[in-house]
Design a protein around this ligand. Structure first.
Ligand code: ADP
Length: 382
């Protein structure tokens, strides 16, 4: 009997030792208190964080660890830890200000677990000093604000530069038209009046000048159109089904000549610049018809999918495809992959498309494999 008693005393002692060991090795300050916050046990970490000695804390109220303004008055003792003003629940536990013995206040995170015992409710609070975490959060927040400001400034600068460039392109192409008109009308006159009257070389040279000035006219017109996109226009609801129908009607001749088949799923109504959106469809569809594999009739599919915040359009063709290395370059103004004698064009169509899509807060890109067709993707903000 005595031996049994001795063994169980020994067990209890061992359990207490284990408990103490656990308590002391915890990374957090641990405070064990009764329901009213009267402290019965603390660990070393608690002394370290708050700067009190153990015996100063045991028997004192938990409120001693909080700033004075959050402590309750004598009359209204807190009924539970949650009644202490300034204690705020978070996902992990409670976030609140703590107060060290020297009066310094600092942010703490506190998780509270109640335990029913024979002597009543025991509450364990695990308290973590989160000054460092808060300081880092603040630093990250400030860094983000600075970064955001820098990005805004940079974007504004780029927008100004872009506007200036557009203005330049507009003025230059506009002003170039006049001398070009003069040049072409005079060579035209030369041709009319002197063709066959000079020698063979002279006739050929005159023809070259005429061809070159015609080409220059097209380039300048393209450039002018490009810089005009989105000028003084208004956003309006555009039914893409109707816009597409109009584009297809305009392209009837090319569609027939090439025996192209165009299939479109139901398209949305989007807030857009109506004329520009039609031009976008028109450029992409006519490219899909133009860049066909010899002997294969063009088959084009147009689909859309709603995503959060935008519409995703896809125009898929069965044409010649585009090598991966050129898939970015084709969206740059006047960039082409083919000689004009193979596929005619000036290389501005996709630059137009890019500008139009960006005007609508979207992006444009292509997925393609040579010989297997291309899918042009673009998004329009909802
Ligand atoms: P253009 O049609 O006047 O050449 P674009 O800017 O519309 O100018 O197109 C640039 C280049 O991108 C084209 O020259 C062509 O090489 C390539 N491209 C455009 N669309 C397609 C397509 N659907 N399939 C294959 N290549 C294409």
């Amino acid at each position: 009997m005595a031996e049994e008693l001795h063994r169980s005393m020994h067990d209890i002692e061992q359990a207490q030792q284990k408990f103490k060991g656990l308590l002391e090795s915890a990374p957090d300050a641990i405070v064990i208190m009764d329901e009213k916050g009267n402290i019965t046990l603390v660990n070393k970490q608690c002394e370290n964080i708050f700067g009190y000695q153990k015996d100063e804390l045991i028997g004192a109220n938990m409120e001693l660890l909080l700033p004075e303004r959050f402590r309750s008055t004598q009359q209204e003792q807190p009924k539970s830890i949650h009644d202490i003003p300034g204690v705020r629940s978070t996902d992990i536990g409670l976030e609140v200000l703590g107060r060290r013995k020297n009066g310094e206040e600092f942010p703490i995170e506190m998780s509270i677990s109640p335990l029913e015992t024979e002597e009543g409710l025991l509450v364990t609070a695990a308290i973590r000093d989160i000054s460092e975490k808060k300081r880092m959060e603040k630093e990250i927040r400030e860094a983000n604000v600075t970064l955001e400001k820098k990005v805004q400034k940079r974007t504004a600068e780029l927008e100004i530069k872009n506007k200036e460039l557009e203005q330049f392109a507009y003025v230059a192409s506009h002003d170039l038209q006049e001398p070009l008109r003069t040049t072409s009308s005079f060579v035209e006159l030369l041709r009319k009046q002197y063709h066959g009257r000079l020698d063979e070389h002279a006739d050929r040279y005159i023809d070259y000048v005429i061809q070159a000035s015609d080409r220059m006219k097209t380039l300048i017109k393209d450039l002018l159109d490009y810089s005009r996109i989105g000028r003084e226009k208004q956003f309006e609801p555009v039914n893409c089904n109707l816009a597409l129908a109009e584009v297809l009607a305009d392209l009837t001749k090319v569609i027939k000549e090439n025996q192209a088949e165009i299939v479109a799923g139901p398209l949305p109504v989007v807030n857009a610049f109506a004329t520009e959106l039609k031009l976008l469809f028109q450029n992409l569809i006519s490219n899909s018809i133009k860049f066909q594999q010899p002997g294969i009739a063009p088959h084009i599919e147009i689909t859309t999918a709603k995503q959060t915040g935008y519409w995703h359009f896809q125009i898929r063709d069965n044409g010649i495809g585009i090598d991966k290395q050129y898939q970015q370059r084709i969206f740059i103004i006047f960039q082409r992959l083919h000689n004009r004698s193979v596929y005619e064009g000036s290389g501005i169509g996709l630059a137009h498309c890019k500008k139009i899509v960006e005007l609508h807060g979207g992006k444009i890109w292509v997925e393609s494999e040579v010989g297997k067709g291309s899918t042009f993707h673009f998004t329009i903000a909802d």
